[in-house]
Design a binder for this molecule. Sequence first.
Ligand code: ZN
Length: 491
Amino acid sequence: MKYIEVAPGPRSFQQSHLASCSSSEARCLIERQHALEYGVLPLRVFDDGFGRRTVSFVFDDGKSQVEIIEKLKYLTSAEVEVEGYKEKSLYKSVILAYLQDQYSARNNLLEEVLYLSWALDASDFHFMPAAEEIDFKLRVNGEMVSSYYFAPNLNFGVDSYQEMLRRLKNLASLDLTEHNLPQEGACSFECDLFKVRLRLSIIPGKFGPYLSVRLIGVGEFSSSESLEFSRLGFNFSQSSCVRREIEKNNGVILFTGPTGSGKSTALQACLKHLSGEQQRIVSVEDPVERELEGVTQIEVDLGRMRSYCDYLPVILRQDPDIIGIGEIRDRDSARFVFEAGSTGHLVLSGMHAESVVSAMMRLLDFGLTTNRLLSSINLVVNQRLVLANCQHCLDEELGADQMRKFFRLSEHDKTYVSRGCKSCSWSGHGGRVPVYDLVEGAKLHAIIQGISNGSPPRVLSRPIGIYESLRKLIVTGTIAPKEALKSVGLD
Ligand SMILES: [Zn+2]
């Protein structure tokens, strides 16, 4: 019995690698629904020259074989051979393999799109109608990729797109007759393979409505183990700083960064870490992304409540010690966070901001006073997720002088880039790694005071923690210099 070797690589592309071992000839002999039911991926068809056929399969490690082999023999009218076992992600490979085949997605476009997103660990997908066709892209590992790359035969027209939109609007209880105004909503989708929560945004466009969907509960940073505090990737001093701050019983801790920098994962991991303690935790989210045991989660409904601040008395009646607020987006939510943080509660919140300085500037713009900020804010975490190198195809690269100078690399420091190989599907990518800058105490006060005096001290504006982490990741080959520069906006 031969085992198929699947080299460890980036998760989303590793699956597509196993999927690419499957031949369409073998898939013709067994339908996808049966492959999923029996937990098998068809690989190859052999002919012995006397008209006797054998089909080989990769089996799911957890399934009992004898019975399934008999069923497969019956379904394929051929001999069956086991070519290997795989427990993790076999089902994702089955989905990706069958998406290579020609079929019509007229009636089930939504299912096919969600299967593909799940199999790739995509965080979002987008439909963008243009003059000639409808463009369909997914965000995988933080990068936008065309669906064509993974599902070349996923054909759909305007009708099936419209039908999918209607189904989504229905699931999210949106107005089906509204075509001229933007709409937002959330809903859940469940099938045998996975359960996912969807957050929709629909806006009218010249050639039809644009649809953007955020997938919550799938993706590389959404498994429950990724919510472990110890897996957030803080170094020793950062980890002890965060632990010290989240153990205080009042004040505000902010998680800041651009879109897709892992803010809500860090925030939720801290809440989860605290939920084991003898404290009451209430979290206000828009929407609830993941269920957290031991945390009372309230979903914002701004249709019924007038504003975020209307929730404050409701939450305070729940007698919380710690309050989590998904994101500060406006004056209202900023006021909410700082009022709660200055009345004997510890508040953890997220905020979209490139840097600590820009986060503080926005809070002042939202009408908070300098004194309120100085007295309430304990810690600001600024973070990024950086695309990592595939470790199977690392190649040394000298790197530009400017970059070497910027990251203070010595002449002995080597830098690396991935050239692309089979295990990363020639993308060179190997998942993403987080980097952090933590600002607290006197430095944070100096920044806030600097801004209110007209100019924050330049030397304090540099995210030193992020630069230091990037430097270490560059010289160990974990990331390429190009990605490091991109993550700090210097590409
Ligand atoms: Zn590679």
